[in-house]
Structures are given as structure tokens and as C-alpha cells.
Write a protein that binds this ligand. Structure first.
Ligand code: LLP
Length: 423
């Protein structure tokens, strides 16, 4: 699945450029993305979203929370994607690249009145509502702005996506969406509110999901609701199925993007809902395997119980292992004929949770370059400045060319907006 990254004669490349050259030129830690890889992932969705007559069956709204660098979202915009947003900040990014407001859907459990107002003023396609209280807040904000608010209710379908509990969202114990049994009642209420236009229905059951079955369960439950709503005269124009398709980090075997999308779209059509506009909100499956994090080995520290390979990246650059015990492949960017050892790959941050890989067999010495694989999604966007560590640079490779798409932060900038007391 790592289509933009290949190993040739013992050296890893991003498209046509050796990773070692990128590290030399731009330093480490360094995020490197492949334009080819993200383009191919998008096209795999697009293939299923267009039928044989060229008619659009569904639209991809890239969930930019996975990687919101302007260059990344601009690539997707140029490929034809819309966006799924979860904050005023992400809305600002979408507007900064000139995305069509009608290609934006705005989700999130705790949208503030200011964020709702910005979304309405921008003219987004839809606000995905996650509670009855939020519905009323949207109505109030729209009334103040003297406009109408297009909304969709996010259904919590209570299905088990069988993924990590922190990234499962469609169970009744999760904070997300409107409880299944309250959805019809809430639509009735929404349709009575003066500033609200009911336009859609949506759900999102979780992330890094590796089977299609939970999607079909959720889909059936949501389509049942659409049927019931129609009977009551409430017309739903679009059905947003969220994101969540997993990628292969190690031995997972998620369904192929095109096959997965076809299965969902065919299911919608077979149940007689081909007239609905279908929206998909993939994040990880578009960018996850289109990025790596490069890091340099600082020290090798043999121990009694464990050997440590201490690198210059940390939980501050890639938080997923610390937060979810997530597995990312780690490879030496250049193969060396050295004795291999088993290491825990760890960062310099003052936390025992600061690890990037456990029990990895590596043939490395100090100064070597490692690539942490599948780091394109939820990598840089979750980076922090803990321990006053500047965020790394981000590079996009396109064939033989490498572009700095985010400059490395400067240490002095990290505290430039702080002030000490006058005396
Ligand atoms: N739509 C909604 C409403 C979402 O909440 C999410 C992700 C997506 C779409 C995109 O899901 P994806 O296709 O990327 O799975 N930080 C975690 C993942 C959090 C996902 C949050 N919601 C991780 O690193 O695994």
C-alpha cells in the first residue's frame, strides 16, 4: 500500500528521491509525503464514485483532520474533492485554498456559536448536527444572521466498528451523534424550526476499520430512518457515510478502496436509494500510506531488559504509538551490513510513553536514518510542542522534485508570544 515509497537496492525512495537526500537537505525529524500516493488513493475512491456512463454516484469530502497541510488539501481540491471540517480553523484552511463552500460539510460535537456563524456566513453545504442542544443553537445563530442553516443529523447507529476504543465513535456509549431512537423525533423538531433546512443524514462509526460488515449494518439502520422520514414528509437529499476505512500498518488487510466503495454504493442502490447524493468522508485511507516520518538515530543504548534506539523524533512528532499503542513500520532508510539487534525505538521526550516502536529488529548505528512508515494521517496534525520542541518541516515529493510545504518551526517562535510579568 505504500505506493509512493519504495526500496531499491537497499535504499528507500520517496518517488524518485532517496530519503537520505531529503534528510540531508531538510534535516530531521521530517515529514515526507508523496503526491503520487495521495493521488492514487483519491483516484481509487473516484473510480467507484463514477459509474460506467460517467455519472457521479458519490462525492469524496476529504476529512482534513487527518492531514490539513494546505499543499495536501490543495492537491485533493484539484483532484475534485470536497472537505469534511471539524473546526473554525479547518474552515479557514479550506477557504484559504479557495475551496468551494458548497463542497464543505462541517461536523463535530462541540461547535461554538462563532464557528457555526463562520460556517453559515461562508455558505457551507451542510452542518452535521450532533445534539438537540446544538440544533437549537444553530437555529439561533442563523436567526441572528438572518439566514437559513442547511443541516444533517449525525446518527449514532450503535454498531461496533471493532476498532480501538479511542477511535470508535458509533456505539451508544460514545459522545458522538444523536441516539438512534431519538433521531426521528429530532428530525421532526428540526423541520419545525424556522431557520433550519433539513438536507441530509449522516453517520461515522469509527476509524481504522478493516471490514465492510459494520458499515453495512450502519447503512441499513440509516436507510431505515430515511424511509421512515419520507413517510412523514421529511425529505433527505444526501446521505453522508463518514470515513473510517482502515489502512495496512502491519498485517491488517482492509478492503481495497474501490471494492469497499462499490459495495457500499451498490447496497444503497439495491435498497432503492440510488437517488440520494452520497457523501464519503475518508481521511486516513487517502493520506495514511502517503507519508513517512524521517528520523535520525541519536544514540544506541543497550540495556538489561531492553535495548533502546534513541531517535530525534518523539511522541511530539508522532503521537499515535503513545496514545493508542499504534504500530508503525520502521525501516532503515539505507540497508547496512551490520549485526541486527532488537530495540525499542524511543524519542528524547521526558515520558516513558514516548516510544515509536517496540521490539523492532534493526541493523543500525548512530547517525543512521530511519523511516517511520504510514505516518501521513494523524501524524503532523497531532504534533505538539511539548518539551519546547519545534514542529518538524513537511515536504511533498512529486517525481524528482521536493517542495517544502511547511517550514521547520524555529525555537524562538515557540515562546515569541509569551510575556514575563513587569517586575
Ligand atoms: N468523518 C468524521 C465525522 C470523523 O470523525 C472522522 C475521523 C473522519 C470522517 C475520518 O476518518 P478516517 O477516514 O480518517 O478514519 N487520531 C486517530 C483517528 C481519529 C479519527 C477521528 N475522526 C488516529 O490517529 O488513529
Amino acid at each position: 500500500q505504500l505506493s509512493g515509497f519504495t526500496e531499491r537496492e537497499g535504499a528507500w525512495y520517496a518517488e524518485e528521491i532517496p530519503l537520505a537526500d531529503l534528510a540531508k537537505e531538510f534535516g530531521t525529524p521530517l515529514y515526507v509525503y508523496s503526491k503520487k500516493a495521495l493521488t492514487e488513493a483519491y483516484q481509487a475512491y473516484d473510480k467507484a464514485c463514477t459509474d460506467q456512463q460517467g455519472k457521479r454516484r458519490a462525492r469524496v469530502h476529504y476529512a482534513m483532520k487527518a492531514n490539513s497541510n494546505l499543499a495536501v488539501i490543495d492537491c485533493f481540491k484539484k483532484l475534485g474533492a470536497g472537505f469534511d471540517l471539524v473546526s473554525g480553523g479547518e474552515l479557514a484552511r479550506a477557504l484559504a485554498i479557495g475551496a468551494d463552500p458548497k463542497s464543505l460539510v462541517f461536523a463535530g460535537v462541540g461547535k461554538s456559536a462563532t464557528e457555526i456563524a463562520s460556517a453559515l456566513q461562508a455558505g457551507v453545504k451542510c452542518i452535521n448536527v450532533e445534539s438537540i442542544a446544538e440544533l437549537h443553537n444553530i437555529n439561533r445563530v442563523a436567526s441572528k444572521l438572518n439566514c437559513r442553516a442547511p443541516i444533517s443529523l449525525r446518527v449514532n447507529p450503535d454498531v461496533d466498528a471493532q476498532t480501538h476504543p479511542y477511535i470508535s465513535t458509533g456505539l451508544k456509549g460514545n459522545k458522538f451523534g444523536i441516539a438512534y431512537h431519538e433521531v426521528l423525533k429530532t428530525y421532526r423538531e428540526a423541520s419545525q424550526l424556522p431557520q433550519i433546512d433539513v438536507v441530509g443524514i449522516d453517520c461515522h462509526i469509527g476509524s481504522q476499520i478493516t471490514t465492510t460488515a459494520p458499515y453495512l449494518d450502519a447503512l441499513d439502520k440509516v436507510l431505515d430512518l430515511v424511509e421512515n422520514l419520507k413517510r412523514e414528509g421529511i425529505v433527505i437529499h444526501h446521505l453522508d457515510l463518514g470515513g473510517g476505512l482502515g489502512i495496512s500498518y502491519s498485517d491488517e488487510t482492509p478492503p481495497d478502496i474501490t471494492e469497499f466503495t462499490n459495495t457500499l454504493l451498490n447496497h444503497v442502490a439495491n435498497r432503492g436509494f440510488a437517488h440520494l447524493d452520497i457523501v464519503l468522508e475518508p481521511g486516513r485511507s487517502l493520506v495514511g500510506n502517503a507519508g513517512v516520518l524521517l528520523t535520525t538515530v541519536e544514540y544506541l543504548k543497550p540495556g538489561v531488559e531492553k535495548n533502546f534506539c534513541i531517535v530525534d523524533a518523539a511522541m511530539t512528532e508522532l503521537m499515535r504509538p503513545a496514545l493508542y499503542e499504534a504500530h508503525h513500520g520502521i525501516v532503515a532508510a539505507q540497508t547496512k551490513e551490520l549485526k541486527s539487534s532488537t530495540y525499542d525505538v524511543v524519542g528524547p521526550v521526558c515520558e516513558s510513553g514516548d516510544w515509536l516502536g517496540r521490539d523492532r529488529i534493526l541493523s543500525v548505528e548512530e547517525g543512521d536514518l530511519l523511516a517511520i512508515l504510514s505516518a501521513g494521517a494523524y501524524g503532523f496534525v497531532m504534533a505538539s510542542n511539548y518539551n519546547t520542541r519545534p514542529k518538524p518541516a513537511e515536504i511533498m515529493v512529486d517525481g524528482k522534485n521536493a517542495y517544502v510545504i511547511r517550514a521547520r518551526e524555529k525555537t524562538a517562535d515557540l515562546f515569541a508570544s509569551e510575556t514575563i510579568l513587569p517586575n
